[in-house]
Design a protein around this ligand. Structure first.
Ligand SMILES: [Zn+2]
Length: 342
Protein backbone atom coordinates (compact mmCIF):
# COMPACT_ATOMS: atom_id res chain seq x y z
CA UNK A 1 0.00 0.00 0.00
CA UNK A 2 1.07 3.54 -0.52
CA UNK A 3 0.16 6.86 1.05
CA UNK A 4 -2.24 8.96 -1.04
CA UNK A 5 -1.69 12.33 0.58
CA UNK A 6 1.35 13.90 2.22
CA UNK A 7 1.26 17.24 3.91
CA UNK A 8 2.58 19.72 6.38
CA UNK A 9 1.10 22.44 8.55
CA UNK A 10 1.94 26.05 7.80
CA UNK A 11 1.44 29.15 9.94
CA UNK A 12 2.41 32.79 10.00
CA UNK A 13 1.21 33.22 6.43
CA UNK A 14 0.48 36.78 5.39
CA UNK A 15 1.66 37.57 1.87
CA UNK A 16 0.77 35.43 -1.10
CA UNK A 17 4.08 36.03 -2.91
CA UNK A 18 5.96 34.71 0.14
CA UNK A 19 3.56 31.83 0.70
CA UNK A 20 3.97 30.84 -2.95
CA UNK A 21 7.71 30.27 -2.46
CA UNK A 22 6.99 28.19 0.62
CA UNK A 23 4.36 26.13 -1.23
CA UNK A 24 6.93 25.48 -3.97
CA UNK A 25 9.34 24.26 -1.27
CA UNK A 26 6.61 21.97 0.11
CA UNK A 27 6.00 20.50 -3.35
CA UNK A 28 9.78 19.96 -3.69
CA UNK A 29 9.51 18.06 -0.38
CA UNK A 30 6.88 15.77 -1.97
CA UNK A 31 3.94 17.40 -0.18
CA UNK A 32 0.54 17.15 -1.84
CA UNK A 33 -1.36 19.05 0.86
CA UNK A 34 -1.05 21.88 3.33
CA UNK A 35 -2.89 22.66 6.54
CA UNK A 36 -3.17 26.40 7.09
CA UNK A 37 -2.96 26.83 10.86
CA UNK A 38 -5.08 29.90 11.56
CA UNK A 39 -5.18 31.65 14.90
CA UNK A 40 -8.13 33.75 16.02
CA UNK A 41 -6.07 36.85 15.23
CA UNK A 42 -5.29 35.55 11.73
CA UNK A 43 -8.96 34.99 10.94
CA UNK A 44 -9.97 38.31 12.48
CA UNK A 45 -7.23 40.38 10.83
CA UNK A 46 -5.86 38.63 7.75
CA UNK A 47 -9.00 37.08 6.22
CA UNK A 48 -8.57 38.79 2.81
CA UNK A 49 -5.08 37.36 2.39
CA UNK A 50 -6.04 33.96 3.80
CA UNK A 51 -8.42 33.66 0.84
CA UNK A 52 -5.70 34.65 -1.64
CA UNK A 53 -3.07 32.38 -0.05
CA UNK A 54 -5.40 29.37 0.01
CA UNK A 55 -6.38 29.92 -3.61
CA UNK A 56 -2.73 30.07 -4.65
CA UNK A 57 -2.01 26.80 -2.84
CA UNK A 58 -4.96 25.21 -4.65
CA UNK A 59 -3.80 26.59 -8.01
CA UNK A 60 -0.36 25.09 -7.36
CA UNK A 61 -2.01 21.67 -6.93
CA UNK A 62 -2.02 21.32 -3.14
CA UNK A 63 -4.99 20.11 -1.12
CA UNK A 64 -5.78 22.83 1.41
CA UNK A 65 -7.24 22.33 4.89
CA UNK A 66 -8.10 25.05 7.40
CA UNK A 67 -7.09 24.54 11.02
CA UNK A 68 -8.85 26.71 13.62
CA UNK A 69 -5.62 26.53 15.55
CA UNK A 70 -5.71 26.97 19.32
CA UNK A 71 -9.12 28.66 19.11
CA UNK A 72 -10.53 29.28 22.59
CA UNK A 73 -7.69 27.02 23.81
CA UNK A 74 -10.24 24.30 23.01
CA UNK A 75 -8.13 23.26 20.04
CA UNK A 76 -4.49 22.38 20.46
CA UNK A 77 -1.88 25.00 19.69
CA UNK A 78 0.18 27.89 20.96
CA UNK A 79 -1.74 30.98 19.69
CA UNK A 80 -3.49 33.21 22.17
CA UNK A 81 -7.27 33.51 22.13
CA UNK A 82 -9.08 36.72 21.22
CA UNK A 83 -12.25 35.29 22.72
CA UNK A 84 -10.58 34.85 26.11
CA UNK A 85 -9.12 38.35 25.87
CA UNK A 86 -12.47 39.91 25.12
CA UNK A 87 -14.70 37.80 27.38
CA UNK A 88 -14.08 37.64 31.12
CA UNK A 89 -16.76 34.94 31.41
CA UNK A 90 -17.65 31.82 29.46
CA UNK A 91 -14.61 29.94 30.75
CA UNK A 92 -14.21 26.31 31.59
CA UNK A 93 -14.44 25.73 35.32
CA UNK A 94 -12.65 23.18 37.47
CA UNK A 95 -15.02 20.61 38.95
CA UNK A 96 -13.07 20.42 42.20
CA UNK A 97 -12.17 24.06 42.92
CA UNK A 98 -14.82 26.01 40.94
CA UNK A 99 -12.00 28.13 39.56
CA UNK A 100 -12.28 29.48 36.02
CA UNK A 101 -9.50 28.27 33.71
CA UNK A 102 -7.79 29.94 30.77
CA UNK A 103 -9.95 28.02 28.27
CA UNK A 104 -13.29 28.93 26.71
CA UNK A 105 -16.25 26.72 27.58
CA UNK A 106 -17.26 25.58 24.11
CA UNK A 107 -20.70 24.64 25.41
CA UNK A 108 -21.69 28.25 26.15
CA UNK A 109 -23.83 30.02 23.53
CA UNK A 110 -21.34 32.93 23.54
CA UNK A 111 -18.43 30.76 22.43
CA UNK A 112 -20.47 28.55 20.10
CA UNK A 113 -21.79 31.55 18.19
CA UNK A 114 -18.32 33.07 18.04
CA UNK A 115 -16.92 29.83 16.66
CA UNK A 116 -19.72 29.25 14.16
CA UNK A 117 -19.28 32.77 12.77
CA UNK A 118 -15.57 32.09 12.37
CA UNK A 119 -16.28 28.83 10.53
CA UNK A 120 -18.79 30.54 8.25
CA UNK A 121 -16.18 33.16 7.33
CA UNK A 122 -13.66 30.40 6.64
CA UNK A 123 -16.16 28.44 4.57
CA UNK A 124 -15.83 31.27 2.02
CA UNK A 125 -12.15 30.36 1.61
CA UNK A 126 -11.49 28.06 -1.33
CA UNK A 127 -10.26 25.03 0.57
CA UNK A 128 -10.85 21.29 0.60
CA UNK A 129 -11.94 21.12 4.21
CA UNK A 130 -11.29 21.77 7.85
CA UNK A 131 -8.86 20.21 10.29
CA UNK A 132 -10.20 19.83 13.84
CA UNK A 133 -6.90 20.06 15.67
CA UNK A 134 -6.75 18.14 18.97
CA UNK A 135 -10.00 19.48 20.42
CA UNK A 136 -10.20 18.86 24.17
CA UNK A 137 -11.61 19.94 27.49
CA UNK A 138 -9.03 21.79 29.60
CA UNK A 139 -7.02 19.52 31.86
CA UNK A 140 -6.84 21.15 35.27
CA UNK A 141 -3.87 19.17 36.47
CA UNK A 142 -0.23 19.92 37.00
CA UNK A 143 1.07 17.29 34.61
CA UNK A 144 0.23 16.04 31.18
CA UNK A 145 1.15 12.79 29.61
CA UNK A 146 1.06 11.92 25.97
CA UNK A 147 0.38 8.28 26.72
CA UNK A 148 -2.34 8.67 29.30
CA UNK A 149 -2.45 8.95 33.03
CA UNK A 150 -5.65 10.01 34.62
CA UNK A 151 -5.98 13.24 36.59
CA UNK A 152 -8.65 13.54 39.25
CA UNK A 153 -9.95 17.01 38.54
CA UNK A 154 -11.82 17.71 35.33
CA UNK A 155 -13.71 20.39 33.38
CA UNK A 156 -16.18 21.79 32.62
CA UNK A 157 -18.52 22.41 35.51
CA UNK A 158 -19.38 26.01 34.69
CA UNK A 159 -22.89 27.31 35.45
CA UNK A 160 -23.96 26.73 31.86
CA UNK A 161 -22.73 23.10 31.75
CA UNK A 162 -24.36 22.44 35.13
CA UNK A 163 -27.67 23.80 33.85
CA UNK A 164 -27.52 21.72 30.67
CA UNK A 165 -26.55 18.57 32.56
CA UNK A 166 -29.43 18.94 34.99
CA UNK A 167 -31.88 19.57 32.14
CA UNK A 168 -30.75 16.35 30.42
CA UNK A 169 -30.32 14.04 33.39
CA UNK A 170 -32.74 15.46 35.94
CA UNK A 171 -30.30 15.91 38.81
CA UNK A 172 -27.49 18.34 39.68
CA UNK A 173 -24.15 17.79 37.91
CA UNK A 174 -21.90 15.80 40.22
CA UNK A 175 -18.33 16.76 41.08
CA UNK A 176 -17.37 13.17 40.41
CA UNK A 177 -16.63 12.11 36.87
CA UNK A 178 -19.49 9.64 36.69
CA UNK A 179 -20.62 7.68 33.62
CA UNK A 180 -23.31 10.29 32.97
CA UNK A 181 -20.87 13.17 33.26
CA UNK A 182 -18.48 11.44 30.84
CA UNK A 183 -21.29 10.83 28.37
CA UNK A 184 -22.53 14.43 28.68
CA UNK A 185 -19.02 15.79 28.06
CA UNK A 186 -18.47 13.55 25.03
CA UNK A 187 -21.86 14.35 23.49
CA UNK A 188 -21.38 18.10 23.92
CA UNK A 189 -17.80 17.93 22.63
CA UNK A 190 -19.04 16.44 19.36
CA UNK A 191 -22.20 18.56 19.14
CA UNK A 192 -20.29 21.80 18.52
CA UNK A 193 -18.20 20.16 15.77
CA UNK A 194 -21.27 18.60 14.15
CA UNK A 195 -23.15 21.91 14.23
CA UNK A 196 -20.10 23.71 12.80
CA UNK A 197 -19.89 21.06 10.04
CA UNK A 198 -23.53 21.65 9.09
CA UNK A 199 -23.03 25.41 8.93
CA UNK A 200 -19.85 25.06 6.85
CA UNK A 201 -21.47 22.60 4.43
CA UNK A 202 -24.42 24.96 3.94
CA UNK A 203 -21.87 27.31 2.36
CA UNK A 204 -19.35 24.81 0.90
CA UNK A 205 -21.02 21.40 0.56
CA UNK A 206 -17.85 19.56 -0.51
CA UNK A 207 -15.95 20.54 2.64
CA UNK A 208 -14.13 17.51 4.11
CA UNK A 209 -13.69 17.32 7.88
CA UNK A 210 -10.62 15.74 9.42
CA UNK A 211 -10.98 15.11 13.13
CA UNK A 212 -7.61 14.73 14.83
CA UNK A 213 -7.70 13.43 18.39
CA UNK A 214 -4.92 12.75 20.87
CA UNK A 215 -3.08 9.48 20.26
CA UNK A 216 -3.56 8.20 23.79
CA UNK A 217 -3.84 4.67 25.07
CA UNK A 218 -7.57 5.13 25.57
CA UNK A 219 -7.84 1.73 27.15
CA UNK A 220 -10.19 0.31 29.73
CA UNK A 221 -7.88 1.38 32.54
CA UNK A 222 -6.28 4.52 31.19
CA UNK A 223 -7.99 7.46 29.53
CA UNK A 224 -7.36 11.16 29.79
CA UNK A 225 -11.02 12.13 29.55
CA UNK A 226 -10.41 14.99 27.17
CA UNK A 227 -13.92 14.57 25.76
CA UNK A 228 -12.80 12.97 22.48
CA UNK A 229 -11.37 9.76 23.94
CA UNK A 230 -14.14 7.49 22.71
CA UNK A 231 -12.80 6.90 19.20
CA UNK A 232 -15.96 5.05 18.16
CA UNK A 233 -18.09 8.09 18.91
CA UNK A 234 -15.66 10.38 17.08
CA UNK A 235 -15.30 8.03 14.09
CA UNK A 236 -19.06 7.71 13.75
CA UNK A 237 -19.67 11.46 13.99
CA UNK A 238 -20.90 13.54 11.04
CA UNK A 239 -18.07 15.95 11.95
CA UNK A 240 -15.50 13.32 10.92
CA UNK A 241 -14.80 12.34 7.31
CA UNK A 242 -11.19 11.48 8.07
CA UNK A 243 -10.24 10.00 11.42
CA UNK A 244 -6.82 11.22 12.48
CA UNK A 245 -4.61 10.73 15.54
CA UNK A 246 -1.78 12.98 16.65
CA UNK A 247 1.96 12.99 16.79
CA UNK A 248 4.02 10.54 18.82
CA UNK A 249 7.43 11.20 20.29
CA UNK A 250 10.16 9.32 18.41
CA UNK A 251 11.44 8.04 21.74
CA UNK A 252 8.32 5.92 22.25
CA UNK A 253 8.64 2.26 21.28
CA UNK A 254 7.71 1.36 17.71
CA UNK A 255 5.15 -1.08 19.12
CA UNK A 256 3.21 1.95 20.36
CA UNK A 257 3.41 3.56 16.91
CA UNK A 258 1.99 0.33 15.49
CA UNK A 259 -0.82 -0.01 18.02
CA UNK A 260 -1.98 3.62 17.70
CA UNK A 261 -1.84 3.38 13.91
CA UNK A 262 -3.72 0.08 13.81
CA UNK A 263 -6.44 1.44 16.10
CA UNK A 264 -6.66 4.59 13.97
CA UNK A 265 -7.06 2.61 10.75
CA UNK A 266 -9.53 0.18 12.34
CA UNK A 267 -11.71 3.00 13.69
CA UNK A 268 -11.74 4.78 10.34
CA UNK A 269 -12.56 1.58 8.45
CA UNK A 270 -15.33 0.62 10.86
CA UNK A 271 -17.24 3.81 10.04
CA UNK A 272 -16.28 4.11 6.38
CA UNK A 273 -14.02 7.09 6.96
CA UNK A 274 -10.57 8.01 5.67
CA UNK A 275 -7.56 7.68 7.98
CA UNK A 276 -4.66 9.97 8.79
CA UNK A 277 -1.48 9.69 10.86
CA UNK A 278 1.07 12.28 11.90
CA UNK A 279 4.84 12.62 12.08
CA UNK A 280 6.59 14.84 14.56
CA UNK A 281 8.33 17.50 12.51
CA UNK A 282 9.21 20.05 15.20
CA UNK A 283 10.63 20.16 18.73
CA UNK A 284 11.99 16.60 18.72
CA UNK A 285 13.75 14.52 16.15
CA UNK A 286 14.84 10.87 16.13
CA UNK A 287 18.44 10.01 17.01
CA UNK A 288 19.04 9.21 13.37
CA UNK A 289 17.03 11.32 10.94
CA UNK A 290 16.49 8.35 8.63
CA UNK A 291 14.19 6.89 11.29
CA UNK A 292 11.59 9.30 9.89
CA UNK A 293 11.60 7.16 6.73
CA UNK A 294 11.22 3.99 8.78
CA UNK A 295 8.15 5.36 10.55
CA UNK A 296 6.67 6.61 7.27
CA UNK A 297 7.21 3.17 5.70
CA UNK A 298 5.62 1.47 8.69
CA UNK A 299 2.55 3.72 8.34
CA UNK A 300 2.42 3.17 4.60
CA UNK A 301 2.63 -0.63 4.91
CA UNK A 302 -0.12 -0.59 7.53
CA UNK A 303 -2.48 1.27 5.20
CA UNK A 304 -2.26 4.92 6.24
CA UNK A 305 -3.88 7.02 3.50
CA UNK A 306 -3.00 10.54 4.61
CA UNK A 307 0.29 11.38 6.28
CA UNK A 308 1.04 14.78 7.75
CA UNK A 309 3.87 16.39 9.69
CA UNK A 310 3.76 19.29 12.07
CA UNK A 311 5.25 21.59 10.81
CA UNK A 312 6.84 23.39 7.83
CA UNK A 313 10.65 23.55 8.09
CA UNK A 314 10.72 21.67 11.37
CA UNK A 315 9.48 24.72 13.26
CA UNK A 316 12.66 26.59 12.20
CA UNK A 317 12.96 29.95 13.95
CA UNK A 318 10.47 29.20 16.74
CA UNK A 319 11.08 28.14 20.33
CA UNK A 320 9.67 24.75 19.32
CA UNK A 321 12.12 24.15 16.49
CA UNK A 322 13.64 20.69 16.25
CA UNK A 323 17.38 20.69 17.10
CA UNK A 324 18.21 20.25 13.40
CA UNK A 325 15.00 21.72 12.06
CA UNK A 326 15.92 22.12 8.39
CA UNK A 327 17.57 18.70 8.22
CA UNK A 328 14.48 17.15 9.83
CA UNK A 329 12.31 18.91 7.22
CA UNK A 330 14.50 17.42 4.47
CA UNK A 331 14.23 13.97 6.10
CA UNK A 332 10.42 14.31 6.07
CA UNK A 333 10.55 15.31 2.41
CA UNK A 334 12.65 12.24 1.57
CA UNK A 335 10.29 9.98 3.55
CA UNK A 336 7.28 11.43 1.70
CA UNK A 337 9.01 10.78 -1.63
CA UNK A 338 9.48 7.14 -0.66
CA UNK A 339 5.90 6.38 0.42
CA UNK A 340 3.75 8.64 -1.77
CA UNK A 341 1.63 6.92 -4.41
CA UNK A 342 2.49 8.27 -7.86
ZN1 LIG B 1 -18.94 24.76 30.72
Amino acid sequence: MAVKETGVSYYGLSYVEHAERDFKEMIDHHCTAVILALSEFDVDFWLPNIKVVAKRAKDMGLNVYLDTWGVGKWFGGEPTSLFLTQNPGNRQVSAFTDEPLPAACFNTPAFRNYYFEMCQKLAEVEADGFFWDEPHYALPKAYASITGGAGDDWTCRCPHCQKMFEAQYGYPMPRQLTMEVKRFRQDQALDILETATKKIRAIRPSSKMTCCVHATLGTYYVTENRGYDNWDKVGKSSACDVFSTTILSYSLPRSFFRSVTQRTIDTAKKYGKGNQRWLMGYYQEPEKLDEVSEVAKLYSEMGVESLFAWTYRGGYGTVLAAPHALELWDAIGRAYGEVLER
